[in-house]
Design a protein around this ligand. Structure first.
Ligand code: NAP
Length: 444
């Protein structure tokens, strides 16, 4: 691995030289183990500690298939899907790996007693499969997490609709939280030159998701002037949603849960902020009973902030806890666009508010290659910035994931894999200098 690090950080090294550096038979990676899938059985979600399930260990380097690429991972980031994997909720992810192994030729290697997690990376291409033409050894890349086969007609309009669509590092093995990672060539995009390795690895999953959710024609197709209510506006998805709304001429109403988070969204330019904790909203005063008066109190606060306008779009992901309120506060004809259910996937809302006021609920999930590419272009051009707050070494992945599980973090939590310290990997110093204050505004 030392030889790989020396090669990928060397200046003026050729593709052939990087392509001939020996690849080790095994590498260190963050894994969960099939044998431990029932370790939290009977425990409440809040009491489960993902650090107990995540291990950093050697795993065998997988074979590189014809359309695949082996990447030397410099940095990665924590996504909430790794929280789910490490809690074995709602299901252990080994079932996904077994199914994948059965469906596609060459995918048998994904079915292992370990699951290498992680759905983001920045790094350097080490080896390419026989059919790969789009990248070469030595290319500096970031990866998006759409793993797709495209052998079925359904995926050819929008690859997220392919029946063999999976999230890399969640529904496939050999994810980004390791020294090496296996991706399909069509997951790779150029690394933004003005960012460090850990900054470059922060945005992929959440930014592309928020882009499709808000901007794309596959999501809410936000337009200039739209009022967008953003739950968790200083979290992973929300910190990018806030920037996308501002960047697209919309008006974000940012919901957060602490003064520090309020400060962060204001630093991004979000002027209308609700601290849900300070306001003490209790949409569910009892476990199975919602209080519509609380929805109304929330809606009144939103109107007070916007000068009387209800949200054209509600950016949903907390799920059960907030969904009733989200359907209520959206404007007549408005859109509730959802990609998740962090607090519970059985949503309860009053359908009269939906049909009588002609609202729409739109389901959305990650992003197709084009959407991920466009999201990455916004980062490269310095129009959207990473929201990296803290950075952990790979050895402390358990703590990093627990920080996200317990909602202690802001924006994104980064992880160093092969990068030998933070603040490395920048090539475009001029662009960086121009945007430095924005790039670093979430740093603790
Ligand atoms: P995150 O970094 O933890 O941010 C989520 C934010 O939501 C938190 O900062 C928190 O903000 C807010 N929140 C959490 N629980 C809440 C509750 N009960 N009520 C109101 N607000 C709450 O996570 P993320 O990366 O943004 O991901 C959020 C969810 O989306 C996860 O479930 C994840 O699995 C899912 N996701 C899905 C996709 C997809 O493609 N389908 C992609 C990315 C993420 P405050 O405490 O400040 O309010």
């Amino acid at each position: 691995m030392k030889q790989i690090v020396a090669a990928v950080t060397a200046e003026n090294i050729s593709a052939d030289e990087i392509g001939s550096v020996p690849v080790p038979e095994s590498y260190r990676a963050a894994v969960v183990l099939a044998a431990e899938s029932d370790m939290f059985e009977g425990m409440a979600t809040a009491d489960k500690d993902p650090a107990k399930a995540l291990h950093v260990q050697q795993v065998a380097t997988p074979e590189v298939g014809p359309d695949e690429v082996l990447v030397a991972v410099m940095a990665s980031s924590v996504n909430y899907n790794t929280v789910w994997t490490a809690l074995f909720e709602p299901l252990p992810t080994f079932g996904f790996l077994q199914r994948y192994a059965r469906t596609v030729p060459g995918a048998g290697k994904h079915d292992q007693p370990f699951h290498v997690v992680g759905s983001d990376l920045s790094g350097v291409v080490l080896r390419i499969g026989a059919a790969v033409r789009s990248v070469k050894p030595g290319d500096r890349v970031v990866a998006h997490c759409l793993n797709v086969e495209l052998t079925d007609p359904d995926g050819h309009d929008d690859s997220m609709l392919d029946p063999e669509q999976r999230i890399w590092g969640f529904e496939t093995n050999y994810g980004g939280l390791g020294e090496l990672a296996l991706v399909k060539a069509n997951q790779l995009m150029p690394k933004p030159g003005h960012l460090t390795w850990e900054e470059a690895a922060a945005s992929g999953l959440v930014h592309s998701t928020a882009y499709r959710q808000l901007v794309s024609r596959n999501g809410a197709t936000m337009k200039q002037g739209d009022v967008v209510l953003i739950w968790g506006a200083a979290g992973g998805l929300g910190s990018y949603a806030t920037q996308l709304v501002l960047n697209g001429g919309g008006i974000p109403v940012c919901v957060v849960s602490s003064p520090r988070k309020a400060e962060l969204v204001r630093a991004m330019g979000g002027e209308l902020v609700i601290d849900r904790k300070a306001e003490g909203f209790r949409f569910w005063p009892e476990e199975n009973v919602q209080d519509p008066r609380e929805w109304k109190r929330f809606g009144t606060l939103v109107r007070d902030l916007t000068g009387g306008t209800d949200p054209d779009i509600v950016f949903e992901h907390p799920g059960r806890e907030t969904f009733g309120a989200s359907v209520y506060v959206a404007r007549r004809g408005g859109t509730i666009v959802t990609c998740a259910s962090t607090s519970g996937y059985e949503h309860v809302y009053d359908n009269r508010h939906l049909w009588m006021r002609l609202k729409r609920i739109v389901g959305t999930h990650f992003a197709n290659y084009r959407e991920a590419w466009e999201a990455n272009r916004l980062i490269t051009r310095g129009m959207i910035h990473p929201t990296l707050s803290t950075v952990y070494p790979l050895d402390r992945i358990g703590q990093a994931v627990q920080e996200v599980h317990t909602n202690q973090h802001n924006g994104k939590v980064g992880v160093l894999c092969l990068a030998q310290g933070t603040d490395q990997g920048v090539e475009d110093h001029e662009t960086r200098e121009r945007h430095l204050a924005k790039i670093t505004r979430f740093r603790s």
